[in-house]
Design a protein around this ligand. Structure first.
Ligand code: ADP
Ligand code: MG
Length: 295
């Protein structure tokens, strides 16, 4: 590879909205045959909005939203922002939180108004020995079948309600997946979210169910990349979150969304400035072309 041709590739990349860490990065795209896409913030906008609030028998919706919103106010997660914003719109100033704790990939916990509150996946409640009653479990199943994410709310050891949040698939994602396929790459979806939600998003953008890895904890995302590599695949990973940083670093090629977190951008080899997934295909096309002129 002559340095001049690689420099030209780097300059063309900047025009397309691709920031390349160093010219040598282009070399690693040569073998890539699989592209792993994070769901939230990468395939979807990551701008979630609160849609519904349900209270279990004996609790009231206002309090479910108020306590959940207060706790989520302390978290940076896109789901947390949707819940906190929805709660502020509904009940104004939210109560203070003591002993806030973020449980990566599961949710949050802390004390609000003297109550021990849990907000997150059903598994978060499960691990705390809190059962989800039939009525709430049914609401959760229905929301997930519709592609929404269900968030469980419990306090003082009892499940009190379910919130639903929704996140739109980016308009460009389905086209991006088509372009990646046309380049001969196998698209894979990787997410910490529920399987039903993940498959609903996968279907909308054209990823096969067999290539959906759902309910993957942040610390296990890197294991999925390694497993694909162990199968002999050369893997590109596209992600935006703190949760994706380790996977971006381990992948043969890490592409960070420029709209994402600094941790992801630092871990990636390339940054897609506008957060448009179609540019991932441009990046692979560009580097193949650059490498071809070098030969
Ligand atoms: P992704 O891999 O799609 O970017 P995460 O790993 O960040 O998602 O989160 C996985 C799942 O954990 C979320 O879909 C959600 O159900 C739950 N979760 C994580 N953090 C929170 C939170 N602060 N509030 C509610 N739910 C949460
Ligand atoms: Mg993400």
């Amino acid at each position: 590879a002559t340095p001049t041709a690689l420099m030209v590739g780097t300059g063309r990349g900047a025009q397309l909205g691709i920031l390349i860490k160093g010219p040598e990065v282009l070399e690693s795209t040569r073998r890539v045959d699989t592209v792993v896409l994070d769901k939230t913030g990468t395939v979807t906008t990551g701008r979630m909005t609160l849609e519904e609030v349900y209270a279990a028998a004996g609790a009231d919706e206002k309090q479910v939203l108020r306590l959940a919103g207060a706790l989520e106010h302390a978290s940076e997660h896109p789901i947390a922002r949707a819940v906190a914003t929805g709660a502020e719109e509904g009940s104004g100033t939210l109560p203070a939180v003591a002993g806030f704790e973020n449980v990566a990939g599961l949710g949050v916990r802390g004390t609000v108004d003297g109550h021990e509150v849990l907000v997150g996946r059903a598994r978060l409640l499960d691990e705390a020995g809190v059962a989800l009653p039939e009525e709430l479990a049914a609401l959760k199943t229905r929301a997930e079948a519709e592609g929404r994410t269900a968030v469980a709310v419990a306090w003082d050891g009892v499940a009190r309600g379910v919130l639903t949040v929704a996140d739109a698939v980016k308009e460009t994602s389905a086209e991006a997946v088509r372009e990646l396929r046309a380049l001969g790459l196998t698209p894979v979806l990787l997410t910490g979210d529920n399987r039903t939600v993940a498959e609903s998003v996968a279907r909308r953008v054209g990823i096969d169910d067999a290539f959906v890895f759902a309910e993957v904890l942040p610390q296990d995302k890197v294991g999925v990349i390694r497993r694909l590599q162990a199968e002999g695949r050369a893997v590109a990973m596209v992600g935006d979150g703190v949760n994706d940083a380790a996977a971006l670093a381990v992948a043969d090629l890490g592409l960070a969304m420029g709209t994402g977190t600094d941790a992801a951008i630092e871990a990636g080899d390339l940054t897609l400035v506008r957060g448009d997934l179609r540019v991932a295909a441009d990046a692979i096309r560009l580097s193949r072309k650059t490498l071809a002129t070098i030969k």
